[in-house]
Design a protein around this ligand. Structure first.
Ligand code: PMP
Length: 326
C-alpha cells in the first residue's frame, strides 16, 4: 500500500508544467511551478508547516496552544491544516480587502477569523497589525507567527521549493520569476538556485502601490509609492525581513488590470485555474521578454488556486465594474 500518514505529508513535490499559448511570443521554454497541488491549494502550506515545526522545536509553540497570525488566507489555510493534525487552535486576523471566499474557507477549517478595516493607519487600534499584536499579548498559551519576519518562511523554500525546481529542470533553470509579498518564496528559492548556479537570474513581480521595486533600485523607502491597489497576495507597504534584496536581480511592476486579465487568460488559454498573483506573475514574465534567449529555461511560480477569486477576477460583472473588460 502506498499512502501518506496524514495530510501534511502530501505538502510539496508539486509538478512543473509547460506554458504554451500565452508565451508564444517568447523565445524560451517557460515552466510553471504549480503550487495549487498542495493540500491547502497554495504554496503557503510549505512555510506554514516549517514555521510550526520550528516553533515547536524551540518551545515558542506549546501543546494545546493557539496560533495567531495576520493572514490574507493562504498562510492561514496552511497553518489551519497543520493545527488540525497537530492539535492547536487558530485565530486569524484578515483585512476587509480580502475576498469573502478566503474568509469562508478559513472558517471551514476551524479557524476563528477576525476582519479588520484596510483604510486605517497601521498604528490605529483597529488595524490588522494592532489587532494581531494585541491578540498575541492577551491570549494565554499563544504564539504570534509573523510570517513577514519569521525566518522559517524563507527556510521552507530553501529546503523544498528551490531543490525541487533545480532537480525538475535538471539544473537547467536560467531564470526564476515570482510575485513578492512576504518575500519568503523569492528569497528561499532564489538563494538556493543562486547557490547551485550563481548565473541564475531572479526576478520579482511587484504591484503599482507597493514599495519593493523603487527600494530595490534606489535604496529609498518612498512613501509616495504607497497607495491602495486591487491585486491580491503581492506587493507591500513595508519591507519584510523575508525579502532578501541582495539575491534579487530586478523587479517588474504589473498593473491591477493586467493581473486580473491575465488571471482569466491563464484559465481560458492554458486550462490553469489560478489566483490573481499567477496572472500578475505570467504578465511579469511577458514584460521581461527582452531578457530571454532561445535556450533559456524560465520558471515562474504560481501561488494559489482560482476558486478563491470566483467573486472577483472570474466574475465578469466585477471585471466590467472595475473597467478591466468591456
Ligand atoms: N501570491 C499569493 C496568492 C499569496 O498569498 C502570497 C503570499 N502573500 C504571495 C503571492 C507572495 O508570496 P511570498 O509571501 O512568499 O512573497
Amino acid at each position: 500500500m502506498d499512502y501518506a500518514e496524514n495530510i501534511l505529508e502530501t505538502i510539496g513535490n508539486t509538478p512543473l508544467v509547460k506554458l504554451n499559448k500565452l508565451v508564444e511570443d517568447l523565445p524560451c521554454l517557460v515552466l510553471a511551478k504549480y503550487e495549487t497541488f498542495n493540500p491547502g491549494n497554495s504554496v503557503k502550506d510549505r512555510m506554514a508547516l516549517q514555521m510550526i515545526e520550528d516553533a515547536e522545536a524551540d518551545g515558542r509553540l506549546k501543546p494545546g496552544g493557539t496560533i495567531i497570525e495576520g493572514t490574507s488566507g493562504n498562510t492561514g489555510m496552511g497553518l489551519a491544516l497543520a493545527a488540525i493534525v497537530k492539535g492547536y487552535k487558530c485565530i486569524f486576523v484578515i483585512s476587509d480587502k480580502q475576498s469573502k471566499e478566503k474568509m469562508d474557507v478559513l472558517r471551514a477549517v476551524g479557524a476563528e477569523v477576525i476582519v479588520c478595516p484596510t483604510d486605517v493607519e497601521p498604528d490605529d487600534p483597529r488595524s490588522y497589525y494592532s489587532v494581531s499584536k494585541r491578540l498575541g499579548e492577551e491570549t494565554p498559551n499563544s504564539w504570534y507567527v509573523n510570517q513577514y519576519d519569521n525566518p522559517s518562511n524563507c527556510k521552507a523554500h530553501f529546503k523544498t521549493t528551490g531543490p525541487e525546481i533545480w532537480e525538475q529542470t535538471d539544473g537547467r533553470v536560467t531564470h526564476f520569476v515570482v510575485g513578492v509579498g512576504t518575500g519568503g518564496t523569492i528569497s528561499g528559492v532564489g538563494s538556493y538556485l543562486k547557490m547551485k548556479n550563481p548565473n541564475v537570474k531572479v526576478w520579482g513581480v511587484d504591484t503599482y502601490g507597493s514599495v519593493f521595486k523603487k527600494y530595490h533600485e534606489t535604496g529609498i523607502f518612498d512613501e509616495n509609492e504607497i497607495y491602495p491597489y486591487v491585486t491580491e497576495g503581492i506587493g507591500e507597504d513595508i519591507l519584510p525581513a523575508n525579502v532578501n534584496f541582495n539575491i534579487i536581480d530586478g523587479f517588474t511592476k504589473v498593473t491591477d488590470k493586467d493581473a486580473a486579465v491575465y488571471t482569466q487568460r491563464l484559465a481560458k488559454e492554458e486550462g490553469m485555474f489560478l489566483g490573481n498573483s499567477a496572472g500578475a506573475a505570467i504578465k511579469g514574465v511577458l514584460q521581461l521578454k527582452e531578457h530571454f534567449k532561445p535556450d533559456d529555461v524560465v520558471v515562474v511560480l504560481f501561488h494559489d488556486h482560482g476558486s478563491r477569486y470566483v467573486g472577483k477576477m472570474f466574475n465578469n460583472d466585477w471585471m466590467r465594474k472595475m473597467g478591466y473588460i468591456d
